[in-house]
Design a protein around this ligand. Structure first.
Ligand SMILES: *[C@@H]1O[C@H](CO)[C@@H](O)[C@H](O)[C@H]1NC(C)=O
Ligand SMILES: *[C@@H]1O[C@H](CO)[C@@H](O)[C@H](O)[C@H]1NC(C)=O
Length: 224
């Protein structure tokens, strides 16, 4: 199917920008912590988020979207633009947080739920033209921001959602922090099967003092 070809292209693209963000390896404990960040108008900076020095910390800035930046954005067939809070999360801030913390890497995420007032659709004219546009526009963004990896998070599809959805894992479902999440993590860790903790997202928990970020990283930092 055409969409698998697309993903192979994205996978190769990711390999081209080595970032050690792959989770393909057999499950085993690691100290990997990932968190999305970047909603506009929330004013959350990298430096707001607690970073434990004993975890491998990946920020995933979100989102780059293949839509134009007009008042009512429309699809561009793979030509990506920056739709995150680039005032707070610009190239100089990326460089600063990485040089302040040797355990931090920064990736970007493609897609997301919405753009402007509507849903952000994955809407390629053809796979080949989409991939070609995506590689060139993302290369520019990745070089400008000196990023380490690419994450894919399309949530709306104009074609063939089932095939595409197989590739997406939705981290928003499942256990909540109040209800079993940390117990499950501890059990997995004791069985040497905790590959990391990924959080969506840093844009809201600033209000509660990043409580679950601290709790997650403290768990991950226990020697493994
Ligand atoms: C990826 O990990 C390997 C081994 O763990 C390391 O040698 C290499 O420098 C890492 N690459 C990057 C880009 O972090
Ligand atoms: C990096 O450290 C410098 C010096 O402590 C500080 O001024 C700056 O805000 C830090 N940058 C980030 C993004 O944390």
């Amino acid at each position: 199917m055409e969409f698998s070809k697309l993903f192979i292209a994205l996978f190769i693209f990711q390999v081209k920008f080595p970032c050690n963000m792959s989770t393909q390896a057999a499950p085993a404990n690691s100290n990997l912590f990932r968190e999305y960040i970047g909603a506009e108008f929330n004013n959350v900076k990298f430096s707001d988020v607690p970073i434990h020095s004993s975890v491998e910390f990946h920020f995933i800035i979100s989102f780059a979207i293949d839509y134009d930046t007009s008042g009512s954005p429309s699809p561009t067939n793979g030509k990506f633009n920056v739709f995150w809070d680039s005032d707070n999360l610009g190239p100089s801030q990326v460089s600063s947080i990485k040089s302040n913390h040797s355990n931090v890497k920064v990736a970007l995420s493609l897609g997301g739920d919405s753009v402007g007032d509507g849903s952000a659709y994955f809407n390629p004219s053809s796979v080949d033209s989409w991939v070609s546009n995506a590689v060139s526009s993302l290369t520019d963004i990745i070089q400008q921001y000196n990023l380490d990896g690419v994450d894919v998070d399309y949530e709306h599809f104009n074609a063939d959602p089932d095939t595409f959805a197989d590739f997406i894992s939705d981290g928003s479902r499942g256990l909540t922090p109040e209800n079993g999440f940390f117990t499950a993590c501890s059990r997995l860790k004791s069985r040497n099967k905790l590959i990391g903790i990924f959080i969506w997202s840093a844009d809201d928990p600033k209000k509660n003092g990043f409580r679950y970020e601290k709790q997650s990283q403290a768990l991950l930092a226990i020697s493994h």
